[in-house]
Design a binder for this molecule. Structure first.
Ligand SMILES: NC(=O)c1ccc[n+]([C@@H]2O[C@H](COP(=O)([O-])OP(=O)(O)OC[C@H]3O[C@@H](n4cnc5c(N)ncnc54)[C@H](O)[C@@H]3O)[C@@H](O)[C@H]2O)c1
Length: 250
């Protein structure tokens, strides 16, 4: 018996470090996974890896989650593939970092589009499917940057988008409760999948901010996501779970 047996789970950003591990873990737990990414080759690699491990997955790519019509088509195809949806894991992300004094309006808008609009759009089109199912889970990936500011790297747009994801999740929990839809956000700290974004001094600064004095592995985020998406977490909604090695504890 898997924790997610028979559930249909949409996972976005499936070509990425956390998304691929999420697809593998959700399939391992018995979910039928619908994966998408802007990067079709990486998405297909995830599909191949999940099938090689014996999992059930269908991939769609490229899907640009900032494109309203593309998201509408993707969610409709996802729901048709396995006849309905149970779990929406809004994982895709891609921030532009930089100090506020130098941040262009284009970088701001792109970050908000990828990291906030995409969560709204996927959820908006998935919502009727969850309502008609009579239950569901929305799992939104925020960030420790949605909880506190960071001097290095400076990340105004990312902080704004990810803070909004936490607020949006609370509201989805409120509106979802009458339909037995739970909504939860998770806030990773520094995860190895994006370690290469930073130069060595900045990487060391990030490590020093954690209590555990190391970066997190994608599976350390994803295993919490598996639990939160499962019926074992049936009394958990409207909350944000930091998964960040203790960054916000001191
Ligand atoms: N890695 C970290 O340190 C860290 C920290 C906090 C939060 N997060 C969040 O975790 C989530 C997963 O990130 P990751 O670490 O796997 O990074 P990643 O860069 O490896 O994966 C992100 C994926 O999102 C996809 N994507 C980007 N723009 C897209 C678009 N417009 N449409 C569709 N797909 C798009 C990318 O192609 C990529 O495959 C993201 O939401 C990220 O913001 C990551």
């Amino acid at each position: 018996m898997g924790l997610l047996d028979g559930k249909v789970a949409v996972i976005t950003g499936a070509a990425g470090g956390q998304g691929r591990v999420a697809c593998l873990a959700f399939a391992r737990e018995g979910a039928r996974v619908v994966a998408c990414d802007l990067d079709p080759a990486g998405n297909e690699e995830t599909v191949v890896a999940v099938r090689a491990a014996g999992g059930d997955i269908t991939g769609f790519g490229p899907v640009d989650l900032t494109d309203r019509a593309a998201v509408e088509r993707f969610v409709a195809a996802a729901a048709a593939r396995y006849r309905g949806l149970d779990i929406v894991y809004n994982n895709a992300g891609g921030p532009r970092f930089g100090p506020i004094a130098e941040m262009s309006i284009e970088d701001w808008r792109l970050t908000i589009a990828v990291e906030l609009d995409s969560v709204f759009l996927v959820t908006r089109y998935a919502w009727p499917h969850l309502v008609s199912r009579g239950a569901g889970v929305i799992l939104n990936v925020s960030s420790v940057g949605g909880m506190i500011g960071f001097p290095e790297p400076p990340m105004a747009a990312h902080v704004a988008a990810k803070s909004a994801v936490i607020g949006l999740t609370r509201q989805l929990a409120v509106e979802g409760a009458p339909h037995r839809i739970r909504a939860v956000s998770i806030s990773p700290g520094a995860i190895l999948s994006r370690q290469g974004d930073l130069d060595p001094p900045a990487q060391a600064a990030v490590t020093g901010r954690t209590l555990l004095k190391r970066w997190g592995r994608p599976d350390e985020v994803v295993e919490a996501a598996v639990f939160l998406a499962s019926d074992r977490a049936s009394y958990i909604t409207g909350v944000n779970l930091p998964i960040e090695g203790g960054v916000t504890a001191w």
